[in-house]
Write a protein that binds this ligand. Structure first.
Ligand code: SF4
Length: 365
């Protein structure tokens, strides 16, 4: 690695070109203050930036916008979010995945209100101490909200830097080199806008597949563009294929109510509600897959089709086993919940798919 004198030489040129591009092309986002409004004296709201950055971890802007707006409607201030029940936060978060983030979000709001008088710390180090805020999020908030010269590197930035400097080492090994270039480029002047500009460039121009180099403010200095290697970057070491797990979910219904229970706090989908299921077992096929281990002795019926869902580390296939009860039974765990009020429960996406599947079993999800 070492120093990159060329980067330093071109630093001002690259930064100015990018900021100028951003002034005319910044994406309009509900949590963002436009470059124009910033010049007019409006500052980004730390609550908005923090919430959006937590939501954006592992998720796209398009997915996040409606969730952000729902949160703003329900909890327009961090104080209101801190005072609400965790279960309400999980319910509104449902569908965004990675539910530990929602729990940390709630915890963080409470700490900010109780220990910091409702005001976010204004340094990278201070932000990093809060639950749910890692190095990326701390740098993003410090730069965007407080204009601290922090280097913000997300997937978009990794791609742009890899291409601009033709870094051919595959990810993740190339990360230190990417960081070194990115740090050298980070300006003291408008670092918040610069960070957002780089993300926007990656999201709209220097995209993974259909690159728009002709519209790029860095085109004349971009090494991979000159060498014709851009579409191959960033290089990646090949990923292991995701394994599949299979299992049965038990849909017991009585008088328009379905049996749901809460998952343990720790682990996958922690604290969310679920249609009870037996173990999700790694398996190559449904042929010779064991029969369901039914929780109540009764006439269960396996519905046709199945529900499919992909988690970070595995694919899941669930067959749904249904029981229609004529009499209410006492449950050892969980509760009876009205089927048509599923929106009121903190149900993750995979469980919502089960509701859909039961409503329409021939629909293979
Ligand atoms: S010129 Fe093309 S490859 Fe290079 S940074 Fe711009 S969009 Fe990306």
């Amino acid at each position: 690695m070492g120093n990159h004198p060329d980067t330093m030489l071109k630093k001002e040129e690259l930064v100015d070109a990018l900021l100028d591009w951003y002034d005319h092309n910044a994406r309009t986002l509900p949590w963002r203050i436009s470059p124009e409004d910033k010049i007019g004296g409006i500052s980004p709201d730390p609550y908005h930036v923090w919430l959006s950055e937590i939501m954006l971890q592992q998720t796209t802007v398009v997915t996040v916008i409606p969730y952000f707006e729902k949160f703003m409607e329900q909890w327009p201030t961090i104080e209101k979010l801190a005072k609400t029940e965790l279960d309400d936060v999980l319910t509104t978060w449902a569908g965004l995945g990675y539910y530990a983030r929602a729990r940390n979000l709630h915890k963080c709001a409470q700490i900010i209100c109780q220990d910091f008088n409702g005001i976010f710390p204004d340094t990278y180090e201070g932000l990093l101490k809060l639950p749910g805020i890692g190095t990326y999020t701390a740098a993003a908030i410090a730069a965007i909200v407080y204009d601290n010269a922090e280097t913000v590197i997300d997937g978009n930035v990794e791609r742009v830097i890899s291409r601009a400097f033709n870094i051919t080492t595959p990810l993740p090994d190339s990360r230190p080199e990417i960081r070194e270039y990115a740090e050298q480029l980070t300006p003291n002047h408008r670092p918040g806008d610069y960070a957002q500009a780089l993300m926007d460039l990656g999201a709209t121009i220097c995209t993974p597949k259909t690159l728009k180099c002709d519209l790029c403010p860095w085109q004349s200095d971009c090494i991979s563009h000159e060498m014709g290697t851009a579409t191959k970057l960033p290089a990646r070491t090949s990923k292991k294929a995701r394994p599949t797990r299979r299992g049965y979910a038990f849909w017991a219904e009585y008088d328009g109510q379905v049996w749901l229970r809460r998952r343990p706090e720790k682990g996958l989908l922690g604290g969310m509600m679920e249609v009870p299921s037996d173990e999700w077992v790694p398996s190559n096929s449904w042929d010779n897959f064991p029969n369901p281990r039914i929780p109540i002795i009764a006439n269960w019926e396996i519905l046709p089709g199945m529900v499919r869902h992909t988690f970070t580390h595995f694919h899941l296939e669930l067959k749904i086993v249904r029981l229609d009860l004529e009499e209410m039974i006492n449950l050892q765990e969980g509760q009876w919940c009205p089927v048509d009020e599923s929106d009121k429960y903190a149900l993750p996406t995979v469980m919502k798919k089960i509701f859909l599947h039961v409503g329409e079993p021939l629909l293979d999800l």
